[in-house]
Write a protein that binds this ligand. Structure first.
Ligand SMILES: C[S@@+](CC[C@H](N)C(=O)[O-])C[C@H]1O[C@@H](n2cnc3c(N)ncnc32)[C@H](O)[C@@H]1O
Length: 217
């Protein structure tokens, strides 16, 4: 991967980064914190996609794999205007504590169920189905995440995942590290399994959106 690899033309990216309205002040602060720490958060453009997906699908039960200090959870919780819950998972305890403080300050703590631990283990133990899942954990865990998610997502539910392009690594046949190979396998699964209908949006680092197709009898 070349260091200067950019999926979106830099001028277009810069324009899209400044043309949108500011989110609420807590989200603005979280975004600035992520930038100052060089924390790998989803960013505002893709988070707005998440918001649209939550709102248009009227999702009420959401599961997030890899929540950091709560930026994307916050966006999804804000998009739920009529009740519901976002279960978040994060394996760094300081991030969990920080997220909870942001949710309190934003007045959305009642819809944010932030859990400390391994996302896949927590998902395995979870009962009930979800309307939407967002996957943002280590990239070599994506195949397992999709396998666990499928029976826990309702028919017509959405599985959204970040980093499908891995900074361009997926297009380079010379790059075969475990994480890139896992993302390639995940991509084949969401496109070739008839139980999913998927798109990859080439925004930022590539965001996939997969609809779980209703079971055919
Ligand atoms: C790329 S960051 C994104 C966080 C958040 N989605 C956002 O955009 O702000 C991924 C986070 O997932 C956490 N993580 C990675 N693998 C995990 C796992 N298996 N279980 C729980 N958390 C995990 C990391 O500690 C990190 O905070």
């Amino acid at each position: 991967m070349a260091d200067d690899f950019k999926i979106t033309n830099p001028n277009v990216h810069a324009y899209l980064e400044r043309v949108h309205p500011e989110p609420d002040p807590v989200l603005t602060e979280m975004g600035q914190l992520a930038e100052s720490r060089n924390f790998p958060y989803l960013g505002i453009q893709c988070s707005r996609i998440l918001h649209v997906l939550v709102q248009t699908s009227n999702a009420k039960r959401i599961f997030e794999l890899g929540s950091g200090f709560g930026y994307t959870m916050y966006w999804m919780a804000k998009a739920m205007t009529d009740g519901g819950v976002v279960i978040g998972t994060e394996n760094t305890e300081s991030n969990v504590n920080e997220a909870k403080e942001f949710f309190e300050r934003g007045g959305i703590a009642d819809r944010c169920d932030m859990r400390f631990g391994d996302a896949l283990t927590i998902l395995e133990q979870e009962s009930g189905t979800f309307d939407l899942m967002f996957c943002d954990i280590e990239k070599d865990e994506y195949v397992r995440a999709l396998e666990l998610a499928k029976p826990r997502l309702r028919d017509g539910g959405l599985f959204v995942a970040d980093n499908l392009l891995r900074g361009g690594k997926v297009v380079d046949p010379e790059i075969n590290d475990q994480a890139t190979e896992c993302i390639r396998e995940f991509t084949q699964m969401i496109y070739n399994d008839p139980d999913w209908f998927s798109i990859i949006i080439p925004m930022r680092d590539g965001l996939s959106v997969s609809v779980k197709m209703p079971s055919r009898s």
